[in-house]
Design a protein around this ligand. Structure first.
Ligand SMILES: [Cu+2]
Length: 267
């Protein structure tokens, strides 16, 4: 099982500064989720709502599957940039929907859409996204509100990183040299934020930004695992950059390890 889940250090549990953002819940359409602002909490309320590590944490894990006919692979035309063409001898075929033989779907952002109580501080650990051989790696990642997102250029060519969030401030940064890194933070929860390259139109990556650490990204087998959860009733949502969203409810008792499978159907 391979996920890209990121967890904050234990010392990061609880936050007051992010209380206003953390108390938002999500309202989702097919393609994206936007937070529904809650009433402004008082300072006392913010302090009292800090989440504590659960004594007997629960977990939910399973597989996201795709059922249907996946779109055909597209051949990427990189001839506009000789560096990219040389870095990908023979060309590249892009598959927007990557499903294993049993339907396991890669690159799905799975998160707790509602039901999480209290506030969580973002970890200091950077989420890393690389530009390598004229593609973004990984395709989907996750970050908490306020967590540093480092975007690196491993290529000896110009990339232009263009982030297009709806709820945070966007950015548009030229990265002309190999070895450059920019670090940015998103200030509001949003699933998913698209980041593209203005030089190479095939380059795009997606970041799911949440107010808590309970998320994961499916690997090639479609598996995900979210652990460390307090007991509660949750809505678990899965968002794929091209297929939209699906969700399911799950109730977790203390220490429970529940299995949950999610499915995208495309006739
Ligand atoms: Cu580029």
């Amino acid at each position: 099982m391979r996920t890209y889940a990121r967890r904050p250090p234990r010392s990061a549990w609880g936050c007051a500064m992010l209380a206003g953002l953390c108390l938002m819940s999500f309202a989702c359409s097919r393609d994206s989720c936007a937070p529904t602002p809650a009433a402004q909490p008082s300072k006392e309320a913010a302090t009292s709502s800090r989440a504590q590590p659960p004594a007997d944490p629960a977990a939910v894990s399973g597989t996201v599957r795709f059922r249907g006919v996946a779109p055909a692979a597209r051949r990427l035309r990189m001839s506009a940039d000789p560096y990219c063409e040389k870095a990908n001898p023979g060309g590249v075929k892009r598959r927007d929907v990557i499903a294993a033989g049993d339907g396991g779907l890669a690159n799905v952002f799975v998160f707790i859409k509602s039901g999480v109580q209290g506030t969580y501080a973002p970890p200091a650990e950077q989420v890393r996204i690389d530009q390598h051989n004229c593609n973004y790696v990984p395709v989907v990642s996750g970050a908490m509100v306020g967590q540093p997102v480092a975007i690196h250029n491993s290529d000896a060519t110009l990339h232009n990183v263009h982030a297009m969030p709806r709820l945070s401030r966007g950015f548009n940064a030229a990265m002309p040299r190999r070895g450059m890194t920019i670090v940015r933070k998103f200030t509001a929860p949003e699933v998913l934020i698209r980041i593209k390259c203005d030089v190479h139109p095939w380059m795009e990556t997606f970041v799911g930004v949440t107010t808590n650490p309970f998320y994961a990204v499916t690997g090639q087998d479609g598996r995900f695992s979210i652990s460390g959860l307090p007991p509660g009733d949750y809505v678990v949502a899965a968002v794929h950059p091209k297929l939209g969203q699906t969700e399911s409810r799950v109730s977790l008792l203390p220490g429970a390890h529940r299995s949950l499978d999610l499915e995208f159907v495309k006739p």
